[in-house]
Write a new protein. Structure first.
Length: 360
């Protein structure tokens, strides 16, 4: 095995990996595929998370909302000099984009994500719809919860269905599906648990909710893999799957499809957001063949595993890029027609000592 540039193992840090043990395993595979001596470090606020003990090394980290988070991250990066860092937590990505990511890059680490302006719009579903519309990407009309009546007035034919969700939410946070008669109640329900861009409760809760007309068609998930160099936002590969079954807001079963029809949409998004690394997108193809983007996540999403089991290897591609090794484009090719299905497992993550009953 080959050591890293500093003589020691090459380090990849994954922030807030949580339950996504497959990412840790696939970066281990990337080390082997590239002939490198390496380790995967998981930074977690919860040391009993599944990823903390599964990684080669777990590092307890303050919550990203804590003032101690940034200093602790900088200390880790200055000491260990990782080659690559990625987070799979939307709120952590927001904190990173506000200057910390650039400080981490100054240590020599390739940090995946968006620049601050792009991250703020990606986190805000209302602003994202406006940005993509200007970039020539088809998006459903999106209004704030406080203005839901304008959407009904303009497009409220009998039978029209609507989608309500948190403006700054992650995944399917706040999701409600309803007709126009139940729309007011759905907005109020979603408002009750809405948060701001940092995950904190808000005062004007209806403005932290968005409403869209529900689109009918086939649902797809697409990963755009973007280069790590300059200029940012250059599309290197698109990975696409048709969703077969959903579970708890995440794709549970999917079949891989030809990425060619989706690549122009992903490229336009890249030009608008200037991402580095992976961006996960949800799309609907309607009866006329129009591809509508309904959600954007600038990170590894829950749909990437379907591409990996079909032959794509984004972890190896990104690690090689971070190390300046000019990765083989074939790493982002895969077999179409492959059906993947998720399954459940469990592992021991720690032990807690309960206080004795009746103790002082």
């Amino acid at each position: 095995m080959t050591a890293g540039a500093g003589g020691g193992p090459v380090t990849v840090v994954i922030g807030s990996a949580g339950r996504r043990l497959y990412l840790i395993e696939w970066f281990r595979d990337a080390f082997a595929r590239l002939g490198l001596d390496g380790e995967v470090v998981a930074t977690e606020n919860d040391p009993t998370s599944a990823s903390f003990g599964f990684a080669d090394r777990g590092v307890a980290m303050p919550a990203y909302s804590d003032a101690a988070y940034a200093p602790a991250m900088l200390e880790l990066f200055r000491r260990d000099r990782p080659a690559l860092f990625l987070s799979v937590n939307d709120y952590e990505l927001q904190v990173l984009s506000e200057g910390l990511a650039d400080e981490l890059r100054a240590t020599g680490c390739a940090v995946l994500g968006l620049p601050r302006a792009g991250q703020e719009q990606a986190t805000d579903k209302y602003l994202m719809s406006r940005l993509l519309g200007r970039a020539g990407v088809a998006v459903p009309r999106t209004v704030l919860g406080s203005r839901w009546e304008t959407l009904v007035a303009d497009d409220g034919a009998p039978g029209t269905q609507y989608v309500v969700k948190h403006r700054f939410g992650s995944g399917s946070s706040g999701l409600r599906l309803t007709d126009r008669d139940g729309l007011a109640a759905a907005v109020d329900e979603a408002s009750g648990s809405a948060t701001d861009i940092h995950g904190r409760p808000v005062l004007r809760a209806r403005d932290a909710v968005v409403v869209q007309r529900r689109l009918i068609g086939q649902e797809f998930g697409v990963d755009g893999v973007f280069g790590l160099g300059h200029p940012a936002g250059v599309l290197r590969g698109a990975l696409a799957r048709r969703k077969v079954r959903m579970r708890s807001g995440e794709t549970d079963k999917a079949v891989t499809v030809d990425p060619a029809p989706f690549a122009p949409v992903v490229a336009r998004l890249g030009a608008a957001l200037r991402p580095v690394g992976v961006v996960d997108m949800d799309l609907i193809r309607d009866r006329e063949g129009v591809l509508w983007v309904i959600d954007v996540n600038p990170r590894f999403g829950g749909g990437y595993p379907f591409m990996h089991v079909a032959g794509a290897d984004a972890p190896t591609y990104l690690l090689a890029s971070a190390l300046g090794l000019h990765p083989d484009p074939a790493l982002l090719r895969y077999e179409t027609g492959v059906v993947g299905a998720k399954f459940e497992s469990i592992r021991r993550t720690g032990a807690l000592v309960e206080p004795a009953a009746g103790g002082a």
